[in-house]
Design a protein around this ligand. Sequence first.
Ligand SMILES: Nc1ncnc2c1ncn2[C@@H]1O[C@H](COP(=O)(O)OP(=O)(O)OP(=O)(O)O)[C@@H](O)[C@H]1O
Length: 103
Amino acid sequence: MNEQYRWVGNSTKSKQALEIVAKAAAVNLSVLLQEESGTGKEVIARYIHQLSDRKNGPFIAINCAALLPNLIENELFGYVEGAFAGAKKGGQPGKFELANGGT
Ligand SMILES: Nc1ncnc2c1ncn2[C@@H]1O[C@H](COP(=O)(O)OP(=O)(O)OP(=O)(O)O)[C@@H](O)[C@H]1O
């Protein structure tokens, strides 16, 4: 794993968690990670990405809680130039498009 995102943890529980996520990385399915804030869900998500067939694709992280309700669609699906007042020149690709082929 990239040094910046290396998992720290040597407990039995931690090792079991890494074994489970390694299994998840081997299949092409969605994975839901649930834990309290700051417990390393994104680190694990990056780990899954790096173990998966998608590792050469992009990894796009998005903080859903920080998205304004009226801007969620624009962020996730993108928009074309002139779609609304204040839209960027040239439009903006959505996060789903950016993550295509990756995670
Ligand atoms: N077990 C761990 N090993 C290495 N780094 C960790 C671990 N747990 C947390 N961190 C570090 O703590 C910080 C928060 O981790 P991360 O962003 O993955 O948490 P999160 O569960 O996704 O949080 P949130 O739900 O708030 O987005 C990061 O800097 C991450 O590298």
